[in-house]
Design a protein around this ligand. Sequence first.
Ligand code: DAH
Length: 340
Amino acid sequence: MTLAEFIAALEALQSEASRVFAGVQSKEDLEEARVRFLGAKKGAFREVQQQLGKISKEDKPQAGQQLNKVKKALAEALENATDSLKEKDSGSDSPTPDPTLPGIPMDLGHVHPITQTIEHLKEIMGRMGFESAEGPEVEGPWHNFVALNIPEDHPARDPLDNFYLATAGATAGEEGSQLMRSQTSTVQIRVMEKRQPPIRIVSLGRVYRPDAPDATHFPMFHQMEGLLVDQNVTMANLKTVLRVFANNYLGSDVPIRFRPSFFPFTEPSVEVDFLWNDQWIEFGGAGMVDPAVLTAVGYDPEKVGGFAFGLGVERLCMRRHNITDIRDLYSGDLRFLSQF
Ligand code: DAH
């Protein structure tokens, strides 16, 4: 064998080996290539190496040099292939995702008991034909007092009993001043100003009064206002609606009573109580809409009349769920709230 032939064989071996090692995809490929090129007994390198004996004496040193170069190159190709296989495998140590496993449950929020109560009350009143109306929580004296027949010197307008806002150029309680509404009766006025009878609405929302918090008071609470205006409305209609409401929300076994009372915007007026642990608890006021209120919104009290009521939403919710302290509802304590 001539030196040229020997070198040509080495070159062929090296290029074939580097092609094969570069294409290694698995451990099995790698082992196969290693045996094929570097196997101690039948490896391709070993075969070329055995030809060295056939090279003439004077060409041998050069042939040996070439042989060592290719041996080194093959060893490197094996090492590189081993490394890149390791790199590729390191990612696949993590388990294969199983798309049939159930998902991780999300921690869903929970509707506040008062919001649940509001939805429930709307639903009950809706079945009696009362649609839901809304009004702003920041009001002026007209809607909160004047149109409701609450005179200038009435204690309900006292700055100490209301959250007046600092309004430039206006004295608290006078036209142009603003306050957080102290009752949802404001919505009666807003609805009647916009629409003509027949009217049958409820309005559920927040009201604000500077009361010190205790078991039954909170400076922010909710009311359900009701208003019905039509022809030939009587107090019997009012009593029926409230009785049917109480049956639906509290249960027909819950005793309720109507007590004569006074509100500037109703005449006659009643307070409505329910019995709870042998005690009569007031849960709202009601009455026949005062002619002065109908006049204030431009209605003719000779032609139409109506009844109105305002009930405390917290008290209703507390009675139904046997909650004894209103502050628990606003504590933000999920151990309490998530029970409902
Ligand atoms: N607005 C009254 C209050 O907050 C409750 C009330 C009483 C509302 C009688 C009414 C009503 O509609 O007719 O104390």
